[in-house]
Write a new protein. Structure first.
Length: 259
């Protein structure tokens, strides 16, 4: 009898955790001013900006610090600011900052919440022209404007709450672990959608700034070549396959060229 009462109490507590997590998530909705999408985000814009600024030094440290090449830094700053100032990105008033990281091995670019954007020397030196650089930076600007980091943080809070509830209800650590694995797989799907949305926003911003958006397709070739042409199945990756991205980028070009 005592066992049954204990199990009931665990289920009640678990349900309470789930209800609290769900209410907290869905009570923080707002419409993005640029994408027009309804989003569930618990961070304010000021909090995003503060988070990004405070995280920037750590990001630089992770990739060998900032590049000492002043020409690289100036080029990326000028192109990034041009993409922002001549497109809808300027309307958001995010304090965008553009940096080159000294890492010559990691072919990548990153965006922190609120505006700091980084590109590694490894990727920058592989780009063939300014249009491709504008495509990379436009994509990262898209992540900031679409508030993907803040959105993912809110989703993680929700899924962690649900996973914790599963552990409480069952009294089994393994159940909580597998629930978290499933939750992570759900978030991976959203991660891929975020990448595709940022590609589309990148195309939109490039066109407004006078750059050739087809250059972004060339960036996909560079990324694929840098990875050795190998990739995990798309559903297990946080990034869509290069083939899928090329198709979506072309669709975005066709869409926005007629505007």
């Amino acid at each position: 009898m005592q066992k049954s009462g204990s199990a009931t109490l665990k289920i009640i507590i678990a349900l309470g955790i789930v209800i609290f997590s769900v209410i907290k998530y869905f009570s923080s909705s707002e419409v993005n001013e640029i994408t027009g999408e309804k989003q569930y985000i618990s961070l304010s814009k000021d909090e995003e900006i503060s988070l990004g600024m405070n995280s920037a030094p750590q990001m630089a440290q992770e990739f060998g610090g900032l590049s000492q090449n002043t020409q690289y830094q100036q080029l990326v700053k000028e192109v990034g600011e041009k993409v922002v100032n001549l497109s809808d990105a300027k309307k958001t008033n995010y304090p965008f900052q553009f940096y080159v990281l000294a890492d010559r091995q990691t072919v990548n670019a990153f965006a922190l919440p609120g505006g700091p954007i980084f590109i590694t020397e490894a990727l920058l030196t592989r780009l063939k022209n300014e249009d491709q650089l504008a495509g990379v930076l436009g994509h990262e600007i898209g992540h900031v404007i679409a508030r993907h980091s803040a959105q993912q943080m809110s989703k993680q809070e929700l899924t962690q709450g649900i996973a914790g509830a599963a552990g409480v209800a069952s009294g089994d650590v393994n159940s909580a672990y597998y629930a978290q694995v499933v939750a992570n797989m759900v978030n991976l799907k959203y991660g891929r959608e975020d990448e595709l949305e940022s590609d589309e926003l990148g195309v939109r911003f490039m066109l407004k700034a006078g750059y050739n958006p087809e250059a972004l397709i060339g960036v996909m070739d560079i990324l694929e070549e840098a990875s050795g042409g190998t990739s995990v199945p798309e559903w297990q990756s946080s990034h869509p396959s290069p083939t899928n991205r090329r198709e979506k980028i072309q669709a975005a070009i066709d869409k926005y060229k007629s505007y």
